[in-house]
Design a protein around this ligand. Structure first.
Ligand SMILES: N[C@@H](CCC(=O)N[C@@H](CS)C(=O)NCC(=O)O)C(=O)O
Length: 234
């Protein structure tokens, strides 16, 4: 490791919404980081050692250790909570206790329910098929968009209500998580949100932030090489 190496490194790829979430938090805070590519489906041995769930991202804080398990944290939520403690300003977790609880819940909802539904039901059937030179499974993706995604979008739209942010009155980890995970669908398909005006407006505002736009542009550049066009799921 050279003396000038960035302190925080995320192992993974910006194609992962969870890598983009951690990257987005750092960009909002003005914290330097780098992304070191790891193919999670064909990982090197050293990565398996630091990723107990065999997932990306894993973060390393090189000020703690530059190799081995020491200094590493797996899971984007744990990574983001760590970075918040280490670099508290600007705060991306509400100080008010109830808003804090809400932010953590919305983050969890995005990372689990939305990510599993959109990832396994839309992103993977389209992009993984294309990567293998196969026809995208549009039947599955369209069924997911038509039947499983609407209640999730309706919940998120209702959670926003008339508010600008998901929790409290400022940007938080909840806004970053929802946007990163939702945009995984937009990597492979058109994502009309006309029936969810609060969520559509939130997404629009969030897409204007470099914390969202910059990592997403990297993912989009990668995806477009294999999949030049997005699909219409309606
Ligand atoms: N809860 C984890 C989820 C991480 C996750 O699922 N990452 C995906 C990539 S988006 C992964 O590594 N998948 C590997 C696999 O499915 O085998 C987090 O927030 O970091």
């Amino acid at each position: 490791m050279s003396d000038t190496a960035t302190e925080l490194v995320f192992y993974g790829s910006p194609v992962s919404p969870f890598v983009r979430k951690a990257a987005g938090l750092c960009i909002e805070k003005g914290v330097d980081f780098e992304i070191e590519p790891v193919d999670v489906f064909n990982p090197p041995e050293w990565f398996v050692e630091i990723s107990p769930m065999k997932r990306i991202p894993v973060m390393r804080d090189r000020s703690i250790a530059s190799e081995g398990v020491a200094g590493t944290i797996a899971d984007s939520s744990a990574i983001c909570a760590y970075i918040e403690k280490k670099h508290p300003s600007p705060a991306l977790y509400p100080a008010e206790p109830f808003a804090h609880g809400q932010a953590i819940f919305i983050e969890e909802y995005a990372d689990t329910h939305l990510a599993a539904t959109g990832g396994l039901g839309i992103f993977r059937p389209i992009f993984f098929a294309a990567m293998q030179g196969k026809e995208p499974d549009l039947e599955k993706a369209r069924d997911t968009w038509a039947r499983q995604i609407p209640p999730i979008l309706a919940f998120l739209d209702g959670a926003l209500g008339n508010g600008e942010y998901f929790a409290g009155d400022a940007l938080s980890i909840a806004d970053i998580s929802v946007t990163c995970v939702l945009m995984q669908i937009a990597l492979v398909a058109d994502m009309p949100l006309d029936d969810y005006p609060a969520l559509a407006a939130h997404l629009d505002r969030m897409q204007g932030r470099p914390s969202i736009a910059t990592p997403f542009a990297k993912a989009n550049g990668f995806i477009r090489k294999t999949l030049p066009d997005r699909f219409d799921l309606t």
